[in-house]
Ligand binder design. Structure first.
Ligand code: PLP
Length: 506
């Protein structure tokens, strides 16, 4: 080994006071204290008055570049000027996801305790890649994932505090969780095959690996296949947009017969298009029999499983190797917070573990130490469990259940309004907080309706395709949405539809 080179001394750096124009303290602690209070006031005013802002911005692509200088300022600027630019430059280009008139995509969570915890997370500012890098960051995460797992009545095998080999980790997104699961499954099957057939190269195995999801799965699943360098096949869903075992089995048999190696299946609970549910009680046993890794993506719907009346939708989770949902969608924990559990933590750690000396902490791994960097793709990680801790304690399980139930109730209210108008149809059974509906008639008619809705900027919706039909999605999103907002939204949609249908009738 080469000896460590001594570094030759360089010319001494000039003392700081001689560096021209340097202003090392642009905001000191007492200024931060004052400005922080002011910012919380601004945030509270923003959220309190959000429904008075148009939910969708009226700007064109590139609007912002013309409003700000093309390079960073050489000299420090006054904080007032920065704050003033928020309303002048930023807010006109914001889509207000927390407006009670926002019914697009799926919800993204927001609550005051989560916002406060996020501020504290920023202040602590630790990077919890290992237990030693900040023990509280790791340990609170493990306990919060067990709390949440218990709320969902997950089998003990997924909980770190049980006698099993499982555990939970907070990922940044459901997309990341799917990718991590796919990569772990890929490593596991590759190692198993190489143990039996040592002559097989990794490249030869990868060429034959094949993963599956329903044709309704989120695009992030297909992307995980692309990034993971494996084939991903879409299984045709049934009349209820659910993946069934018969269709999966057919694909598995066909692919095995042609020399491919099935290794990974993603089942979706609560699809993005229409909130359909793959048939876990059929698909789960099949995956176990075929010894393929089963990952469950319940990004949106997962939050509802804390309510006993919706827990049956998760039946079959016991067959899964990994399970993920996003508290940052529907459980009042601000983005980012995607909860992932595995039954065998060694499957993740075994796949991604590397231990350079600068990350070792000298604590013997007695089984009590979790180094979450082995469970994820990046090294760095924020203290995200603080948000869960604040939210779970502030609302209690009962408060969280009441929140989910209110949203489902509002979706049912919207559904019943739609059903009362014979010109419209409901396109999918309403199970949680999403209503898929359309005007009876052509796709073009519905595309025009959606264009008018979003053009008017009073409410915001996005569409989906269900088979060959263009469908409007009405998702209950905001924490502050009430029955009155839903009724107003429906009145508005009806009026716009009236306008569109008039010339057709004339
Ligand atoms: N899976 C499903 C079913 C989704 O609905 C979504 C987003 O809406 C995702 C995955 C992607 O979630 P994320 O943004 O956390 O990656």
């Amino acid at each position: 080994m080469a000896p460590v080179q001594e570094v030759a001394p360089t010319e001494a750096a000039p003392p700081l006071e001689f560096l021209p124009g340097l202003n090392p303290v642009t905001m000191n602690t007492s200024e931060f204290r004052r400005r922080g209070k002011e910012m919380v006031d601004y945030m509270a005013d923003y959220l309190e008055g959000i429904e008075r802002r148009p939910v969708y911005p009226a700007v064109e692509p590139g609007y912002l570049r013309t409003l700000i200088p093309s390079s960073a300022p050489e000299e420090p600027e006054a904080y007032e000027d920065i704050l003033g630019d928020i309303e002048r430059i930023i807010m006109p280009g914001v889509t207000h996801w927390h407006s009670p008139y926002f019914f697009a995509y799926f919800p993204t969570a927001s609550s005051y305790p989560a916002l406060l915890a996020d501020m504290l997370c920023g202040a602590i500012g630790c990077i919890g890649f290992s237990w030693a890098a900040s023990p509280a960051c790791t340990e609170l995460e493990t306990v919060m994932m067990d709390w949440l797992g218990k709320m969902l009545q997950l089998p003990d095998a997924f909980l770190a505090g049980s006698a099993g080999m499982g555990g939970g980790v907070i990922q940044g997104s459901a997309s990341e969780a799917t990718l991590v699961a796919l990569l772990a499954a890929r490593t596991k099957v590759t190692r198993q095959l190489q143990a039996t057939f040592p002559e097989l190269t990794q490249a030869a195995i990868m060429e034959r690996l094949v993963a599956y999801s329903s044709d309704q799965a989120h695009s992030s699943v297909e992307r995980a296949g692309l990034i993971g360098g494996v084939k991903l096949k879409a299984i045709p869903s049934d009349g209820n947009f659910a993946m069934r075992a018969s269709a999966l089995q057919e694909a598995l048999e066909r692919d095995k017969a042609s020399g491919l190696i099935p290794f990974f299946v993603v089942a979706t609970l609560g699809t993005t298009n229409c909130c359909s549910f793959d048939n876990l009680l059929e698909v789960g046993p099949l995956c176990n029999k075929e010894r393929v890794w089963l990952h469950i993506d319940a990004a949106y719907a997962g939050s509802a499983f804390i309510c006993p009346e919706f827990r049956h939708l998760l039946d079959g989770v016991e067959f899964a190797d990994s399970f993920n949902f996003n508290p940052h969608k529907w459980l009042l924990v601000n983005f980012d917070c995607s909860a992932m559990w595995v039954k065998q933590r060694t499957d993740l750690i075994g796949a991604f573990k590397l231990d350079p000396v600068y990350l070792m902490h000298g604590h013997q791994d007695s089984g009590l130490i979790t180094d979450y960097r082995h469970w994820q793709i990046p090294l760095g990680r924020r203290f995200r469990s603080l948000k869960m801790w604040f939210v779970f304690r502030t609302y209690g399980v009962k408060g969280l259940q009441a929140y989910i139930r209110k949203h489902v109730q509002l979706a049912r209210e919207f559904e019943s309004l739609v059903r009362q108008d014979p010109r419209f149809e409901i396109c999918m059974e309403v199970i949680l907080g999403l209503v898929c509906f359309r005007l009876k008639g052509s796709n073009q008619l519905n595309e025009t309706l959606l264009k008018r809705i979003n053009g008017a900027r009073k409410i915001h919706l996005v569409p989906c395709h269900l088979r060959d039909k263009f469908v409007l999605r009405f998702a209950i999103c905001s924490r502050e949405v009430e029955s009155a907002h839903v009724q107003q939204a429906w009145e508005h949609i009806r009026e716009l539809a009236e306008d569109i249908l008039k010339p057709e009738r004339a």
